[in-house]
Design a protein around this ligand. Structure first.
Ligand code: AMP
Ligand code: ZN
Length: 143
């Protein structure tokens, strides 16, 4: 499969690796939004958040929590964003699941380029749509 993150995981492409164990690898993003912007990936290919098996997702999320704390300390960051883009519309450009860890400093930049406003009833309409789906798809995993 033609996947740059699989190549990084198998060491057939280079990356600035900051952590590795049997199942996961973390390396610096080559097009970072801040210094130290790190990507955490499973060595096995899964397309996105929805297709990650629960066990691997749990392990990777714990690892991402640990690495976030380590990066925050190492770079004396004030905070950090943990982000997962899913689908082209959400900005996903590499279709091998990954978390972004982005170190943040007071007043460095705005992460939200826009916000929208609900009109008076819309917020309830959207809540109802989601709540109905929560009932309908109770227990559904993997989208
Ligand atoms: P996303 O847009 O959420 O799919 O994130 C993919 C990220 O991978 C982008 O931020 C890219 O800058 C980064 N990226 C793509 N190719 C490489 C590479 N060879 N080494 C490190 N980071 C990469
Ligand atoms: Zn892959």
């Amino acid at each position: 499969m033609d996947c740059i993150f699989c190549e990084i995981a198998s060491k057939t492409s280079e990356a600035e690796i900051v952590f590795e164990n049997e199942k996961f690898i973390a390396f610096l993003d080559i097009n970072p939004v801040n210094y130290g912007h790190t990507l955490v990936i499973p060595k096995t290919h899964f397309d996105n958040f929805l297709t990650m098996p629960a066990k691997e997702l749990e392990e990777m999320t714990k690892l991402t929590q640990y690495l976030s704390g380590v990066i925050k300390r190492a770079l004396k960051a004030d905070g950090f964003n943990v982000i997962s883009n899913n689908g082209t519309s959400a900005g996903q450009s590499v279709f091998h699941f990954h978390y972004h860890i982005i170190p943040r400093y007071e007043n460095d930049f705005h992460m939200r380029p826009r916000t929208i406003e609900y009109n008076s009833t819309e917020i309830e309409v959207y809540a109802e749509k989601i709540k109905a789906a929560v009932s309908k798809y109770e227990g559904l995993l993997n989208g």
